[in-house]
Design a protein around this ligand. Structure first.
Ligand SMILES: [Zn+2]
Length: 300
């Protein structure tokens, strides 16, 4: 590859983007689609860096540094703040589109576009239909099915997926040779092929320590199957949603990896499906405690 993307995997996708840039056939809008934490937002930002830097994405010029820090005047970021994107937000984007552009391009990085309300998406559609000159939209989504099909049809879609555990571990060994094999294996287990998550854990020792602590809780939990223990967990989680998310995701990953190893596969498949269902309900803000108690009761 020509550019230094400094991310793990996704070579096919990056080559496709590079060839658009190198052949001068850049689309006015890209949609990077795939599960969360696979590196889509990192790719989006690097893409902006490549397009804005006049020195082959040197990582050293003021433009590169400003894009990286998120303070470049003509590279506008709309970070996922968990709020929906409304028509007022689109209006602001249109205003920014009409302002003069000092850089190579005016680039809008919009995270998780499935947050757009229908009205906002329809208004955004008009921008996509008549794109302003030298303006590029780089959108990301964790759920392309929740994006208006008319929007999807007007952008270049780049699909991202999680990488295999073997590939991820190999890359982590290369990138972080100072880490022992146990750490690599644990990070691989915690991230399930999501490269962005793996890198984040490798580079944040305190977060990794927290994951390992919760992992130990999960292992304890799986060994101590009495109802009192489980319900005391539920009470703890009802107060600490962050911990809940980590716990449920690690429990899910541990059971999933047991299935892949062929250990008690049938029993675990059932549990994994129930966790899946519980996670969906939790996201829909159904009574948290109730969902968890039901999950705990249904675990074998
Ligand atoms: Zn540069």
């Amino acid at each position: 590859m020509k550019y230094n993307w400094s991310i793990i995997g996704h070579e096919k996708q990056l080559k496709m983007i590079e060839s658009d840039i190198l052949n001068g056939s850049i689309f006015h809008a890209y949609l990077l689609a795939g599960p969360n934490s696979v590196g889509k937002n990192t790719v989006a930002k690097k893409m902006a860096g490549i397009l804005q830097c006049s020195n082959d994405f040197c990582h050293a010029c003021p433009t590169c540094l400003q894009v990286e820090k998120g303070v470049h005047l003509d590279t506008i970021e709309m970070i996922d703040d968990k709020e929906s994107i409304g028509i007022d937000d689109i209006r602001k984007i249109i205003e920014r589109c009409n302002m003069t552009c000092q850089a190579n391009y005016k680039i809008f990085l919009i995270q998780t576009v499935e947050r757009m309300t229908v009205a906002a998406a329809n208004s955004f559609l008009k921008v996509l239909e008549e794109p302003p000159q030298r303006t590029i939209f780089i959108l990301t989504t964790n759920n392309i099915r929740a994006v208006l099909p008319t929007v999807v049809s007007r952008v270049r879609v780049v699909n991202f997926a999680a990488v295999s555990a073997g590939y991820l571990e190999k890359k982590l060994r290369e990138l972080y040779p100072e880490n022992d094999e146990e750490t690599i294996k644990k990070v691989s287990l915690f991230s399930l092929g999501k490269t962005g998550k793996a890198v984040n854990l490798m580079e944040n020792p305190s977060e990794l320590a927290n994951y390992i602590k919760v992992y130990n809780d999960v292992m304890f939990f799986l060994e101590h199957r009495n109802i009192t223990d489980r319900f005391s967990y539920v009470n703890e989680f009802a107060e600490d949603e962050g911990k809940l998310e980590t716990f449920v995701s690690i429990l899910y990953n541990v059971l999933r990896s047991k299935i892949l190893d062929g250990q008690d596969a049938e029993e675990h498949i059932d549990t994994v499906l129930k966790i899946d269902e519980a996670m969906t309900l939790i996201k829909k803000n159904v009574n948290l405690k109730l969902v968890l108690e039901n999950l705990m009761l249904s675990l074998k």
